[in-house]
Design a protein around this ligand. Structure first.
Ligand code: HEC
Ligand code: HEC
Length: 439
């Protein structure tokens, strides 16, 4: 795993030095420092996928095959209608077009794209998981997402001959789930009281046996997700030509898109956080996106609003870092295949309350035209609204915004928006990985 914080600091210092050398907007060419930034954002700079020491099966093709089936399987839910792919729709760059995702109930956040996600060290907007497999376990037992439980999922694998065969080939024999005395249906540490009581009555060994199957389901799904990468966009083809031929290529990007790109890596400073070939530094920042919990419903008069119980503010990473440290599924835990030395990212995570308050993980901007609405709660319907926010840099509702007003003109905001459109691409994934597999 990488120590993204250190590399970020080095990078920001480097950026500050370089920005003095940036030529004026009228200059048609790119300076050396700008070329270095373009190369950094180019998909060709995407490093090889780092290994995942927490998951022995991360790069196992059979695990990925099983994982794909599970990702698209609606039976893995309380009502038989929700799969991972219900909220991570391949055609929408693995998002769902909603401000707050809906499974068996409504969640409080928007589904992020998962293309290129395996390059991140943290998962969820608040990074409350530190591995792809432990992330996958969250929605499966969430009462508003899949709404099911680990005993139910273990049984699905046990009863389905295709699942069972692949599972046992990878992970060894399943426990004997036909013994319903030892393994009652729907027993799990979830909100549902009946399920929780049944879970408590099981022996510790049997609870662990079920949890192990649940973890392995997550590990197989993670192996599949590691294959999901974004493809080459018009922006990448532009950069490739510029780097190869040394002269600006003018047909791949329009004049407005080029001006937007110049602002993106220059005056608008977007690249300080949307940094690297996935347009994210995979770190946590506060950009003061409005917290919808602070919005007074129209039907309540202001004076009465003072006295009612308000929804909780979303503190983002502030709460997420505590959750990942306490998680039974983190890097240091018994279900992880990592050694302590592999868990530097978790051990040295920034726990400073002041610095983490109201920060969220920087999302990728690749395929941004397919992933509206934007931000962790879908606060902005479109890019025009979002860019107005960046331009004005209002005070944050939670913690302190790191943004400064950009004072850009309307035309310049339009140019940044135009540039963002050039980041679309088809996924760099075989077609058969983008749909329910046949079996
Ligand atoms: C009900 C809709 C829904 C379902 C079903 C769902 N997700 Fe998500 N997913 C979300 C939302 C919303 C978030 C962000 C939640 C948060 O940050 O609190 C998310 C976050 C993620 C992330 C983290 C992305 C990032 O940038 O860190 C991954 C990976 C992911 N989901 C994969 C899955 C997998 C695998 C499944 C199936 C086991 C799944 N999701 C099921 C809605 C859903
Ligand atoms: C200080 C770091 C930082 C800077 C600078 C920054 N961003 Fe962001 N960006 C973020 C974070 C963090 C989020 C998610 C915030 C949230 O959900 O509350 C985000 C979200 C976004 C999103 C929404 C993506 C999605 O899938 O929901 C877009 C689009 C975006 N930024 C574009 C830009 C542009 C364009 C600029 C420059 C004008 C910029 N950002 C500057 C950190 C930054």
């Amino acid at each position: 795993m990488r120590l993204s914080l250190i590399s970020n600091t080095v990078w920001v210092l480097w950026f500050c030095c370089l920005s003095f050398a940036t030529p004026t907007a009228a200059d048609p060419g790119w300076s050396e420092s700008e070329l270095a930034l373009l190369r950094m954002q180019w998909i060709g700079s995407l490093p090889e996928l780092p290994p995942d020491p927490t998951n022995k099966y991360a790069d196992n093709p059979v695990a990925a095959e099983l994982g794909q089936k599970l990702f698209f399987d609606k039976r893995l839910s309380a009502n038989g209608k929700v799969a991972c792919a219900s909220c991570h729709v391949p055609e929408l760059s693995f998002t769902d077009g909603l401000a707050r995702s809906k499974g068996v109930g409504e969640t409080s956040r928007s589904a992020p794209s998962i293309l290129g996600i395996a390059h991140s060290a943290w998962f969820f907007w608040d990074g409350r998981s530190d591995s792809l497999w432990s992330q996958a376990l969250g929605p499966l037992e969430s009462a508003v997402e899949h709404g099911g439980n680990r005993s139910q999922y273990a049984r699905i694998v046990y009863r389905n001959p295709v699942y069972r065969k692949q599972y046992e080939q990878l992970f060894g024999a399943l426990p004997d789930l036909s013994d319903s005395q030892r393994f009652p249906e729907n027993a799990a540490p979830v909100e549902d009281e009946d399920a929780a009581v049944k879970w408590q009555r099981m022996s510790e060994t049997d609870r662990k046996a079920i949890t192990r199957v649940y973890v392995n389901i997550g590990k197989a799904i993670a192996a599949y997700e590691r294959l999901l990468m974004p493809g080459v966009s018009r922006f990448d083809r532009y950069v490739e030509t510029v780097l190869k031929e040394g002269a600006p290529e003018t047909t791949l990007l329009s004049a407005d898109e080029l001006a937007g790109l110049r602002l993106f890596i220059g005056k608008a400073m977007c690249v300080t956080c949307h940094q690297g070939p996935l347009f994210t530094n995979n770190s946590f920042h506060n950009v003061g996106a409005p917290d919808l919990a602070t919005k007074r419903p129209k039907y309540i008069l202001p004076i009465f609003y003072l006295f009612i119980d308000k929804p909780e503010l979303d503190t983002g990473r502030h709460k997420g870092v505590q959750q990942v440290l306490n998680s039974e599924f983190n890097c240091l835990n018994e279900y992880s295949d990592a050694t302590e030395n592999d868990c530097a990212e978790l051990r040295f995570a920034n726990k400073k309350q002041k610095e983490t308050l109201g920060t969220f993980k920087v999302p990728t901007l690749r395929n941004i035209t397919k992933t509206a609405p934007y931000m962790h709660e879908g606060q902005f319907k479109n890019l025009t609204e979002l860019l107005k926010h960046y331009n004005a840099a209002p005070k944050a509702h939670v913690g302190h915004s790191e943004l400064m007003p950009l004072n850009l003109e309307g035309k310049q905001l339009m140019q940044i928006e135009a540039f963002l459109h050039s980041l679309s691409s088809s996924p760099d994934v075989a077609d058969e990985l983008l749909r329910t597999p046949e079996y």
